[in-house]
Design a protein around this ligand. Sequence first.
Ligand code: NAD
Length: 252
Amino acid sequence: MIRIGVSGAAGRMGRTVIETATEREDVAVVLAIDAADVETVADKPAHDPADVPALLSTHEPDAIVDFSVPDATVSLADACADAGVPLVTGTTGMTDNQVADLKAASEDVPILKAANFARGIQALLETVRAAACALPGYDVELTETHHNRKQDAPSGTATTILDALAEERDFEETYGREGMQPRQEGEVGVHVRRAGDVRGEHEIMFAGNDEVLTLTHRAEDRGVFAAGALDAAVWLDGRDQGLYTFGDVIEG
Ligand code: NAD
């Protein structure tokens, strides 16, 4: 069993991670961290992020699982690097500089960063690469839908899907269309919807030659992300320093 701390513990994902962990025998939550003004989360005392360096040495977690906000994740990564505590983060919306900071911290400690901890998304990425190879010249459009409180757009998962596509073909992204804006050859349209409590839906369409292939992934419960993040924390235990992906976990 590994002992984990949860950062962003009072958030939608943080609470789900804690709930999911209580149903498993390979992880135990020993530390909850959140900037929100709450005393407890799921019966655990909620700690101030300002105290993270001290908390890491008093609670001695084997890993931190983080679903918070980009600035918090960068500070947390620095503290984890100093304390030698591995970090799993699912926080999205990071700038290139913030990702570079995370990479720098991963020179001292193992860090696993994933925009999506659903296993189905890993299969989708493989399928997108295969479809891009098999369907050269087909028009590609990507649509993602998330709940109405999501901050960043397009989603980190949409960006990951575009990265997978870019491994197989060159394209320019077009974010939405308005007015007289005909499709340009080779462009990929990216469309963002925010509504209700949708956990996360990604659809990629390949169209051409009188046929349409549509690949869709839908997360139906946040538990799927929490389970993947906890699997990642278990997998990260005992690894060398470095920046890992969820794909590394799936490949074993
Ligand atoms: P949320 O707003 O419900 O929760 C974020 C929490 O972070 C809040 O409770 C907030 O108080 C807390 N926070 C703010 N500053 C903090 C700090 N300095 N230290 C610790 N906690 C702090 O958001 P959410 O829906 O739980 O999503 C959180 C992040 O996870 C987002 O970036 C989201 O896109 C991402 N996400 C990733 C996956 C995945 O599979 N990788 C899945 C779902 C959500």
